[in-house]
Design a protein around this ligand. Structure first.
Ligand code: AMP
Length: 142
């Protein structure tokens, strides 16, 4: 398998070299809004440890990501009144992966509302800021 590339965009976000709309962080994971959300509140949870995807991540780091995704999912239900949550994880190009630092998509869902196509529209910064604030507030309630 191809080696982890420390210059991928999410590694730069983790190092603070590239901006993001952060919603959550602990010792092991970092969560921020997807800039091309497939639904409002679409969040990415990533391990702080380098891992390309499901094929090289340690079981411990993947467990940390799963725990972080659970936290974000519960906050998203509160923040956006979601009826459900979709978790997506794509590994390698054949699996649909575009950015090669492991990430779990946490996508709030509403009854009868289809996901937007992937990477179809960059969201306005003001909307991302507002949605990050809603999630951060909800994280204090769960
Ligand atoms: P994938 O690798 O296919 O699981 O998806 C990569 C995701 O990262 C897509 O949903 C993109 O919209 C998202 N994305 C790419 N660059 C950024 C960025 N700088 N900040 C936030 N999300 C991003």
């Amino acid at each position: 398998m191809t080696a982890y590339d420390p210059n991928n965009i999410f590694a730069k976000i983790l190092r603070g070299e590239f901006p993001c709309h952060k919603v959550y962080e602990d010792d092991h994971v970092f969560a921020f809004l997807d800039i091309m959300p497939r639904a409002p509140g679409h969040t990415l949870v990533i391990p702080k440890a380098p891992a390309r995807n499901i094929l090289d991540v340690s079981s411990e780091d993947f467990a940390h990501v799963a725990r972080g995704a659970r936290t974000i999912a519960r906050a998203a239900k509160v923040a956006f009144g979601a009826n459900g949550i979709s978790l997506h994880q794509f590994s390698e190009a054949a699996g649909g992966q575009v950015v090669f630092h492991l990430h779990m998509h946490v996508i709030p869902r509403h009854d009868g509302v289809a996901l937007l196509p992937a990477a179809s529209r960059k969201e306005d910064t003001a909307v991302l800021e507002a949605n990050a604030a809603k999630l951060i507030a909800a994280l204090k309630q769960i």
